[in-house]
Write a protein that binds this ligand. Structure first.
Ligand code: GUN
Length: 292
């Protein structure tokens, strides 16, 4: 059961970014990313901090905007408009989920699609469906695809089952896997919370992408011998014997599933580091495209 190390592949992606950033700086341009956080959700804060730190480590221009939980829709739209107009900013990310008073879809639509490094804007969703390489693909599924490619997992003709249908992971993951080319050409099934007899479907999978957001959801009975399993889940579960009182676990019951697998990603150290690496890669891409 070989582990697919997201930490190692992320290092490789970041080294590529580092090279590209040096070349851009030599041309007098520094890629810039703005991350906007509304409110004080602790998990979101932790994500935003790690994104900001990774940017700085790489020599990207990083702007972290932390707005109060009471921020109005109009105020947030104004922040987005300023970032759209700022030539030092090539990528904009508004951390999800925002507080209740915010209409998230309207905020996403207000972001300049050329700066939408999350790949959530309808223009970028359409470009993914159209297989237009100038679009931005959401970082987590893009990272999962890169993991499969780097681990030498053949997707062409394989049956991939995506569990989860979110706009952030499940839907774009399915589109990437069915697109033409490396990391694609798969036969894709999308399962979700309403799927009948899930195990009968996932047991047919050569590749399982688990993105349902429920701890230990995928069990040995869901997985056929020799399958490849990519675990997107990051779930907090209570762990009284730890310092923090909780630990992060995946959507896959790793201990019982791993022995059946040809390869599997761990949590932590699997998909997580890839998401941030692909955000950096998308920001570099946005910067390069802005120069064309
Ligand atoms: N919250 C959890 N994942 C993400 C992500 O990839 N992008 C944004 N903007 N918010 C998130």
């Amino acid at each position: 059961m070989p582990l697919i190390s997201g930490t190692q592949v992320a290092e490789k992606v970041l080294a590529e970014c580092h090279r590209d950033i040096a070349a851009l700086k030599a041309r007098g341009v520094t890629p810039g990313l703005a991350v906007v956080l509304v409110g004080d959700d602790p998990a979101s804060r932790a994500y935003v901090r790690s994104k900001d730190k990774k940017c700085r480590d790489l020599g990207l221009h990083s702007v972290k905007l932390e707005l109060p939980a009471t921020t109005s829709q109009a105020e947030l739209l104004e922040v987005v408009a300023k970032l759209n107009a700022d030539p030092a900013i090539h990528g904009i990310l508004v951390q999800s989920p925002p507080p209740k008073q915010i209409d998230e879809a309207a905020i996403v639509r207000a972001i300049d699609p050329a700066k939408d490094v999350d790949g959530f804007h309808p223009v970028n969703v359409a470009k993914l469906a159209l297989e237009d390489p100038t679009g931005f693909v959401p970082c987590t599924p893009l990272g999962c695809q890169r993991l499969l490619i780097e681990a030498g997992i053949e997707t062409k003709g394989a049956h991939a089952v995506v569990i989860g249908r979110s706009m952030i992971v499940g839907k774009p993951m399915a589109m990437l896997l069915m697109a033409k080319g490396p990391g694609g050409d798969a036969t894709v099934t999308v399962a979700h919370s309403r799927t009948r007899d899930l195990a009968a479907i996932t047991r047919q999978a050569d590749i399982i992408i688990a993105a349902i957001g429920r701890p230990y959801f995928v069990k040995a009975e869901h997985v056929k011998e020799g399958a490849v399993v990519i675990d997107v889940g990051i779930n907090r579960v209570e762990a009284p014997d730890t310092e923090k009182g909780y630990k992060l676990v995946g959507d896959v019951a790793f201990d019982e599933v791993a022995p059946k697998c040809r390869a599997i990603t761990p949590v932590p150290g699997g998909v997580g580091p890839m998401t941030i690496a692909m955000l950096m890669a998308n920001t570099v891409k946005a910067c390069k495209q802005s120069l064309q």
